[in-house]
Design a protein. Structure first.
Length: 161
């Protein structure tokens, strides 16, 4: 074989080998982008489900469980009413006043605690909504990249806070 034929043979073999390696690399990138798209889609769905739970909890009103206007809901007032009807002499002591003040603080604290819990659920729902949107955008991005794996995909945007 002449030198010219050897050069043509080497060029053909190198083109075939290079084409095979490039096709394999593109297939690997396609599979990697597809796996990332599936991962981000499942994360987005997970955040959507948990966001729905947090939103429902944020809307939940604890006051519905504690009726304050019902007759008989305050045992101290009921006892005072019974004692005054029975004719017993009732004198409020300092301990009774402290008890009433403590009870008033407990009611005020319960309302504050309820607001704090509902606010934390609202913040959690907002966070999970942002995370769901972030992962849905990444799922769309990697699904598009999987269909054209020969293009470069830049770094992921920063996660929302």
């Amino acid at each position: 074989m002449s030198t010219r034929r050897w050069m043509v043979a080497v060029a053909l073999v190198s083109m075939a080998l290079g084409g095979y390696l490039e096709a394999r690399r593109i297939k690997q990138r396609h599979d990697m982008y597809l796996a990332r798209a599936e991962l981000h889609a499942s994360l987005a769905e997970s955040f959507r489900r948990s966001r729905g739970l947090a939103a429902r909890l944020a809307k939940y009103d604890v006051q519905a469980q504690t009726p304050e206007g019902d007759e008989g809901s305050n045992p101290v007032e009921n006892l005072e009413h019974l004692i005054s009807e029975s004719g017993a002499i009732h004198s409020r002591s300092e301990a009774d006043d402290r008890f009433e003040q403590a009870r008033a603080r407990a009611v005020a604290t319960a309302e504050l605690r309820r607001r704090i819990v509902i606010d934390s659920y609202r913040k959690r729902a907002e966070y999970e909504h942002a995370q769901a949107e972030y992962h849905a955008a990444l799922a769309r991005r990697y699904a598009a990249a999987a269909s054209q794996p020969w293009f470069h995909v830049g770094p992921d945007p920063p996660k929302p806070r």
